[in-house]
Design a protein around this ligand. Structure first.
Ligand code: CO
Length: 221
């Protein structure tokens, strides 16, 4: 175990390393943040956002919760998305799940989990929506992996349903929403290549929140 005191020693070393690389590093860092990416991932300690993306402080705005969920009544994630889109002008929003996700695993077991019940319900709903596909997978591990991927996709769709993303995209052509899975066994990031434009188009009928009739704005105006 890393001791509590050791963390402050580590911090001093880190400051020295960053300053040795660039004497003005903290001066620049303190000025402002202009990240191009919003990352929404799992709180799991094994999936550190900046490290797996090879990004420095200042490069990515991060939100993490159990099983990388985007619930529309969660003021926390909704505020993060709103702020990242409207004020930080992020170009990409990434929902990143990971195989061996404890939250997803727990959701697959029908059991009373106390305060976690409403949280896990979102993942159980993802299972229900895709039950035909998931139930056809006999290997439990593969079914679990697939639910991780489907959960990422559904949460990415939840991001696309937000008014801030739709309005900003209509006006500026970004942000683009992506779905990724991190494989703990290899360290590799997998792009699920969800089709942002086609999802946006498909959900227009009931989720268009731009205030503009999508049928008459094929050119995105
Ligand atoms: Co997880």
């Amino acid at each position: 175990m890393v001791t509590y005191e050791q963390i402050f020693e580590n911090n001093k070393k880190w400051v020295a390393e960053m300053t040795a690389r660039d004497a003005d590093f903290f001066e620049k860092l303190s000025r402002d943040q202009t990240p191009d990416y919003l990352y929404i991932g799992c709180s799991d300690s094994r999936v550190p956002a900046n490290e797996i993306m090879g990004l420095e402080p200042g490069d990515v705005f991060v939100h993490r919760n159990v099983a990388n969920l985007v619930n529309n009544t969660d003021l926390n994630v909704m505020s993060v998305i709103n702020f990242a889109v409207k004020h930080l002008d992020v170009k990409h929003i990434i929902v990143c799940g990971h195989y061996d996700c404890g939250g997803v695993k727990a959701a697959m077991i029908p059991k009373d989990m106390g305060i976690l019940n409403p949280w896990l319900r979102t993942i159980r709903d993802v299972y229900r929506m895709h039950a035909t596909e998931l139930d056809a997978i006999t290997d439990e591990r593969l079914r679990y992996n697939r639910l991780v991927e489907l959960n990422v996709k559904e949460q990415a769709i939840n991001v696309i349903k937000t008014a801030s993303v739709q309005k900003h995209y209509k006006k500026k052509g970004f942000p683009i929403v992506h779905g990724w899975v991190f494989d703990l066994h290899t360290g590799i990031l997998i792009d699920l290549e969800i089709n942002f434009k086609s999802i946006l188009k498909d959900i227009q009928k009931i989720y268009n929140l731009t205030g503009i009739d999508s049928e008459h704005n094929e050119d995105g105006e």
